[in-house]
Design a protein around this ligand. Structure first.
Ligand SMILES: Nc1nc2c(ncn2[C@@H]2O[C@H](COP(=O)(O)OP(=O)(O)O)[C@@H](O)[C@H]2O)c(=O)[nH]1
Ligand SMILES: [Mg+2]
Ligand SMILES: [Zn+2]
Length: 295
């Protein structure tokens, strides 16, 4: 039995990479019965069935740290949230939602302000002001002219990373620029996927400095109904210094009496925009929970 990493998934054929080699493997029948499918990023045990053609059968999957649906990938360490201040228009609510989505899955979010060549300096400064307390690393890039990529590269080295964010923000361009993959390859692949059936489960890990970058970007939106209302406040690093200072232990930091977080917002210690959207996201997720519960 061998151990390897799934670096490519295309329908029911998986490329499994070991230290020395690559094998094309099928999952043994059992997985299908269990309704459980191997994913790109999975560490698997497999048996080699054909040494010459390098083929095998996947026997078992190691426990996952996490898994995403779009792109279908497991064991993700880092998510680069790509956005622009213009073209497309800055969508801070989406950024906040994505930060929460990734933190919920134990994935480190990195904020990448791309297309900085098209940004006014005030707009860049405003993004930095809003997110400097978020606990997310922030990088400013111009993928088209390959500027500012080194800090991002060093953050991704040795990690499994995905790229997320609005369409047109520059995710594919960034992936190409960082991995040195030809524009054509990714372009053609994503076109095929776009036109293909929903069941197409393409995903490929591109080797990158001891880690991997997932070639298919995902998460251009996120449903706040998937968040657990009570866990949201814990994912705002801005609130951390005030924990334990509110009158009530279960303070939601929204309209409660003697709320240290609200006081900090009033004093300008927490960016008011981040707090306004926190309130919005909290309410949306609570509403979704109410609908699910039926009361
Ligand atoms: N000016 C400028 N254009 C960019 C930059 N990054 C990407 N683009 C362009 O923006 C468009 C959308 O980029 P793309 O990578 O397809 O975005 P995606 O939808 O997020 O994958 C393309 O025409 C890119 O050439 C950048 O940093 N600066
Ligand atoms: Mg793209
Ligand atoms: Zn409070």
């Amino acid at each position: 039995m061998e151990t390897g990493l799934i670096t490519k998934a295309l329908s029911n054929r998986y490329t499994v990479r070991t230290d020395k080699d690559e094998y094309i493997c099928k999952p043994r029948g059992l997985f299908r019965k269990e309704g459980f499918k191997p994913l790109c990023g999975d560490l698997v045990r497999f048996d080699i069935t054909d040494y010459a053609d390098k083929e095998g059968y996947i026997i078992s999957i190691e426990e996952r740290k996490n898994s995403l649906v779009r792109p279908p990938v497991a064991n993700v360490d880092v998510a680069v949230i790509v956005f622009a201040t213009e073209y497309p228009t800055l969508d801070e609510l989406l950024i906040d939602l994505l930060i929460l989505a990734f933190r919920t899955n134990d994935i480190e979010p990195i904020l990448c302000l791309n297309k900085c060549d098209l940004s006014a300096k005030e707009d860049i400064d405003d993004v930095l002001r809003q997110y400097s307390g978020s606990g997310c690393k922030i990088v400013i890039t111009d993928a088209k002219h390959k500027t500012g990529l080194d800090p991002l590269k060093s953050m991704l080295s040795g990690k499994v990373s995905v790229f997320a964010g609005q369409s047109g923000a520059g995710k594919s361009t960034l992936i190409n620029a960082i991995t040195g993959t030809a524009d054509m390859e990714i372009g053609i692949l994503s076109e095929k996927i776009g036109r293909g059936k929903n069941t197409t489960r393409h995903c490929e890990l591109l080797s990158f400095e001891g880690g991997y970058i997932v070639d298919t970007p995902g998460f251009s939106k996120f449903d706040p109904g998937l968040l657990q209302p009570d866990l949201i406040k814990g994912m705002y690093n801005e609130f951390l210094p005030y924990i334990g200072q509110c009158r009530y232990n279960d303070c939601k930091h929204i309209n409660d009496d003697h709320c240290a977080v609200l006081q900090a917002v009033e004093k300008g210690e927490i960016p008011i925009e981040r707090h306004l959207r926190y309130e919005m996201i909290y309410n949306m997720s609570e509403e979704a929970l109410r609908v699910r519960r039926g009361y």
